[in-house]
Ligand binder design. Structure first.
Ligand code: ADP
Length: 220
């Protein structure tokens, strides 16, 4: 398993946001985490991204037990292995799309392969927007740029928290199609949170949450 949650519990005071959650995700799969608001989806994303520590249980990413890393090791691990796409894109307004996409690679002191950036932008249908500023792009195009930025360094796992939440249904569907295409093409493992059944149905697998528990795990 590429990502594994082993008997995870997360308490906030007396409240249990994750209640004995266990599941594994294979490499290259696109998994949707589906459930009503408050069911504990974001909590799991925060635990996998290392932003939170579980009260009980372990999170493994790429055979590394995240719960045992020091803060410094965690920061470095996250930079190399985890890509997150937020609902609010978080593109840097003063940088054009190309500069936004390659920023994480530059922070990792990697050489930027322009051809690869163009190829990725083409896959995402934003190749003509590469040298424009984020505010010159539509919401859907900004979202694609944010996905390109998260994918370009080929993180072990790409996490998306309601990443189609601000998009209309047609754009949301095309974003999911692209994620699927990228997960196949680059063997990227992806876990995306949604409360939208139609969006979830486009994934390889749906994990349904309720009251902090996994209530159904369906492979499509
Ligand atoms: P979802 O993403 O499914 O909407 P969350 O994981 O954000 O659900 O939240 C699950 C539950 O945990 C909610 O009831 C929320 O209020 C609670 N919760 C989340 N984060 C915190 C926190 N930092 N402190 C206290 N309660 C929290």
């Amino acid at each position: 398993m590429y990502v594994e949650m082993r008997d995870i519990c997360k308490n906030y005071g007396n409240f249990r946001a994750s209640d004995h959650v266990s599941f594994g995700i294979e490499k290259g799969k696109l998994v949707a985490l589906l459930g009503p608001s408050g069911s504990g989806k974001s909590t799991l994303i925060n635990l996998i991204s290392g932003l939170e520590k579980p009260t009980h249980g372990c999170v493994y990413v790429h055979d590394v037990n995240l719960t045992q890393l020091s803060l410094e090791e965690q920061i470095s691990f996250r930079r190399w292995h985890i890509g997150v796409v937020f609902q609010k894109y978080n593109l840097i307004p003063a940088m054009n799309v190309f500069e936004n996409i390659v920023l994480p690679a530059k922070l990792l002191e990697r050489t930027v392969n322009e051809k690869e950036v163009f190829h990725l932008a083409k896959t995402l249908g934003i190749e003509e927007k590469l040298f424009q500023m984020p505010d010159e792009l539509s919401g859907g195009q900004q979202q694609r740029a944010a996905i390109a930025r998260a994918v370009y360094t080929h993180p072990t796992i790409l996490l998306g928290d309601e990443l189609t939440g601000n998009l209309d249904s047609r754009t949301s569907a095309s974003v999911m199609e692209l994620l699927k295409k990228i997960s196949r093409q680059y063997q990227q493992t992806m876990l995306v949170v949604t409360h939208d059944e139609k969006i979830a149905a486009m994934a390889d697998r749906i994990i349904r949450m309720k009251d902090g528990r996994v209530v159904e795990d369906e492979r499509l």
